[in-house]
Ligand binder design. Structure first.
Ligand SMILES: [Zn+2]
Ligand SMILES: [Zn+2]
Ligand SMILES: [Zn+2]
Ligand SMILES: [Zn+2]
Length: 500
């Protein structure tokens, strides 16, 4: 296959095969943290099912208030964007000329279908404006028409809300129904979600980054910079060899295999066959396994991760469980967990999560994805919610928080080796109990000065790694601000070590 997409990089090349479609491989060794791809989106715009938002800066707007509307076309635009709206001007012309007005809604909790046409329209207008780039960069993208058509409800909604709306009331019959449905498919299958500086979601279509194959153990990490027009930088998470396939995770790596596969099937229309998905133990973590109630030693995992009806079997004895009993158990546990998560961060929520974490430790494997999620929630709350601030925690509670951090980091090291942002956040969390415990033990004369220094040195290591991972993030993002905080903490900790 001849590929006309020009890569602004000589360390990767595009290949293709019938199973993966197009994918990227390295043409040289790449060291961890090196930038592999850097590009601006072809277009960006509102997500599907978006509530009423400003079409210039994507902030949330009142769905029933004529005050925040574009003076020209009357579509949603906030006060700040009325004079300057570089994102909105293309569709603004279409809507004002066709006199298609935005209809106010009483409720947009489940999204505003009128806005579903915006991003596909921006893509089609860009296609007209830059046919060469479209042909080389966007046209080869997957759009999975067949499986999308099988989901009649969504297909028909897109057909009416977008294709027929653009061709009819917006007078854009120069685009065929097929072209419009294909633009929707290209976005659905290939776009990445990003956040604006103010934290509002948008979706971006990146021609090169979009070629990356998926793996549930990715070897690249992407950062999207809202302050640079949503520029993406893709970096190597680990050292890469020459000729190695680049891959990226299109799903949440801390979900179990069943949930990841479901998400990939529904959104990306494929079954992942990566090393992790093919292994019933998920690389030895037993991330989706249950404890065996017969032998009380083994862990029960599926006998075939690609067959949802496969029998689940114990690793130590001959005990088995039918798949439907396993999914009922997980669903029941998950709904209890969800109701605890529905509570606002508070001592009540901490106590509810704590009870569930202890209760389900009898049923779920030690590193199970639900236990891991509960641990993450506890880590966030210990040291922060009222009554559990860091200075109010007992030594036992501080030790407990330290252990929770270590257990989650253990899992992340396997699923996101190398420069993982999730790991960086946890390393920051971990350094606090390590420092506090060292101080307490030293004051109580339980450890020597050398042991004290060693412990502080260990915390320096965590902060250094945290900062090293996050230093490339957009300064205005949450990770960017944690990067600065960790750098400051690192400086202070090094100074106090020198004074000892
Ligand atoms: Zn705005
Ligand atoms: Zn307008
Ligand atoms: Zn996988
Ligand atoms: Zn057993």
């Amino acid at each position: 296959m001849v590929n006309k997409l020009t890569l602004n990089s000589n360390i990767i090349e595009i290949k293709s095969n019938p199973i993966l479609g197009r994918y990227l491989v390295t043409t040289d060794e790449i060291i961890c943290d090196e930038i592999i791809i850097e590009e601006l989106p072809f277009i960006y715009g509102p997500k599907v099912n978006s509530p009423v938002i400003c079409l210039g800066c994507y902030c949330k707007l009142d769905c029933n208030n004529d005050g925040s509307r574009c003076p020209k076309c009357k579509w949603p635009l906030c006060e700040n964007c009325i004079d300057y709206n570089k994102d909105h001007h293309l569709e603004c012309k279409i809507f004002s000329e066709a006199k298609t007005k935005f209809q106010n809604l009483n409720n947009d909790t489940y999204g505003c279908p009128q806005l579903d046409c915006i991003t596909p329209l921006r893509l089609l207008l860009k296609m007209e404006k830059d046919p060469e780039r479209w042909k080389n960069e966007v046209e080869p993208m997957e759009y999975h028409d067949k499986p999308r058509q099988e989901n009649k409800e969504i297909w028909n909604a897109d057909l009416i809300n977008v294709a027929k709306y653009l061709r009819g009331p917006c007078k854009l019959d120069r685009f065929s129904e097929e072209q419009i449905m294909r633009a929707i498919g290209i976005l659905e299958v290939n776009a990445f979600e990003a956040r604006t500086a103010a934290g509002y979601p948008v979706r971006c279509l990146f021609p090169i980054t979009g070629i990356l194959a998926h793996s549930c153990v990715p070897n690249t990490t992407r950062s999207i910079y809202p302050s640079e027009n949503f520029r993406v930088r893709l970096r190597a998470m680990v050292d890469l060899k020459k000729g190695q396939q680049l891959n990226h995770s299109y799903t949440y790596t801390l979900d179990g295999t069943a949930a990841r596969q479901e998400h990939l099937k529904a959104g990306k229309y494929f079954v992942c066959k990566c090393e992790r998905c093919s292994d019933p133990t998920e690389l030895g973590t037993y991330f989706s396994s249950l404890k065996c109630k017969e032998c009380l030693k083994g862990l029960i995992s599926t006998t075939d991760p690609f067959d949802p009806n496969a029998l689940w079997k114990c690793s130590q004895c001959s005990s088995t469980i039918p798949h439907d009993i396993v999914s009922q158990t997980i669903n029941r546990i998950q709904s209890e967990v969800d109701s605890a998560y529905a509570i606002e961060p508070s001592p009540e929520r901490l106590e509810a999560v704590e009870i569930l974490y202890r209760k389900f430790s009898n049923t779920l494997s030690p590193l199970h994805f639900i236990q891991t999620s509960l641990r993450q929630s506890l880590i966030e709350m210990y040291g922060r919610v009222e009554g559990y601030e860091m200075n109010k925690l007992t030594t036992e509670q501080i030790k407990y928080k330290e252990n929770l951090c270590r257990q989650v980091i253990e899992v992340i090291k396997i699923f996101e080796p190398g420069l993982s942002r999730s790991k960086a956040i946890l390393l920051y969390e971990l350094h606090i109990p390590v420092v506090l415990l060292a101080k307490t033990y030293f004051c109580e004369k339980k450890i020597s000065i050398d042991e004290f220094k060693n412990k502080l040195q260990e915390a320096v290591g965590y902060l250094y790694e945290c900062h090293n991972i996050l230093q490339n993030e957009d300064p205005i993002s949450h990770e960017g601000s944690l990067s600065r905080i960790s750098q400051q903490a690192l400086k202070e900790l090094r100074e106090s070590l020198e004074e000892l």
